[in-house]
Design a protein around this ligand. Structure first.
Ligand code: R5P
Length: 339
């Protein structure tokens, strides 16, 4: 295993990912650069890398909750990094989008997990993410054609519970979570249970709680990989006091909390915590150290994984005129204009 010199790696955050990128750069002792982005008057995206990327291993940081508005900028930044001579371009997406539409549930539907994976795989050399929602796919390699590191936050959730909760009962909201919940509970020497969930629709979920009276007196801790509509956790949290328990604590990896999900869940719980995979007021568990370790653990000959190595682009008209950037709504005379 060969460690990459710290100066070889450059961390570049997309808008809204600065705090995470800062922690990542600090954890790995790597350089952090700046990406300038803005919207042209016609709504198109402007992207400029304000850092030297030549011969560097560039890491673009963008969590992919609400992915649509920022995705093109991400692709443009990856292409620009490569054009400008980056040795490899990695996407760190603590939350990976478009994992749930993994089949055609109704005639004519797009299988967006496949399309999204193709787009990411054609723009990046490597993907690093945390607990992607693998349901019908066994691994990201079934979808992504570039190396994809799947990291797991369960040990961090377990350690948080061990440090913060006295006498916990770890509870998974559905039978699917059994293995995951059992591993978390085992790590901290706590008992665990799983509930039964039937999903009737996006926001229509039924949760059945089996007899948990053997654990009365313990603090229930509901753990899940993702809180999206929040219905799963709301239904589970509602049931526990009816069984004689105190209000549960909730610990999730991905705090999507769409629409009013968080407001609905808050009164039903004594505490809600999440990892910072998705920026949210419930964030309490930092993922940057875990991701920094994965980035630093470069596989032997990682440079062989690079598919798109290109030499830096030649000086163009803008460079020759010593102009760093220009507003495309007011383009220099030697261009034919933006539109
Ligand atoms: C299900 O497989 C997952 O582990 C989560 O329980 C689920 O995705 C949560 O979704 P929602 O918050 O929309 O109920």
């Amino acid at each position: 295993m060969t460690a990459m010199a710290s100066s070889d790696r450059l961390i570049l955050p997309l808008p809204g990912n600065d705090a995470f990128a800062r922690q990542l750069a600090a954890a790995g002792k790597w350089e952090q650069g700046t990406l300038e982005t803005r919207r042209f008057p016609d709504g198109e995206s402007y992207v400029r890398i304000a850092a030297d990327v030549a011969d560097k291993s560039v890491v673009l940081v963008q969590t992919l909750a609400q992915p649509d508005p920022g995705f093109l900028s991400l692709v443009f930044a990856a292409d620009a990094a490569r054009d400008l001579g980056a040795r490899e371009v990695t996407l760190v997406a603590p939350y990976l989008a478009y994992m749930r539409q993994d089949r055609r549930f109704h005639p004519g539907e797009a299988i967006t997990s496949r399309s999204f994976a193709r787009l990411v795989s054609s723009s990046f050399d490597r993907l690093v993410t945390v607990d992607p929602h693998l349901h019908r796919y066994p691994a990201l390699s079934a979808l992504y054609t570039v190396p994809a590191d799947t990291l797991h936050a369960a040990p961090l959730l377990a350690d948080w519970i061990a440090a913060e909760v006295e006498s916990p009962l770890v509870i998974g909201p559905d039978e699917e979570s059994e293995q995951w919940v059992a591993a978390i509970a085992q790590r901290i020497g706590a008992p665990h249970a799983v509930l039964r969930k039937i999903r009737h629709g996006d926001r229509n979920v039924e949760v059945a709680v089996s007899d948990l009276s053997a654990w009365h007196g313990r603090q229930p801790v509901l753990v899940d990989d993702i809180a999206s509509s929040g219905r799963t956790l709301v239904e589970a949290a509602r049931q526990l006091p009816q069984q004689g328990f105190v209000k549960p604590i909730v610990a999730v990896v991905h705090a999507i909390f769409a629409e009013d999900a968080y407001q609905q869940l808050t009164p039903l719980c004594s505490r809600i915590v999440s990892t910072d995979a998705v920026r949210h007021e419930s964030n309490a568990i930092a993922l940057a150290p875990l991701i920094a370790l994965a980035l630093a653990a470069d596989k032997e000959g990682a440079t062989n994984l690079v598919r798109h190595r290109r030499s830096p682009e030649p000086l163009d008209e803008v460079d020759r005129a010593s102009i760093d950037s220009f507003p495309a709504s007011d383009p220099p005379a030697w261009t034919s204009g933006h539109t």
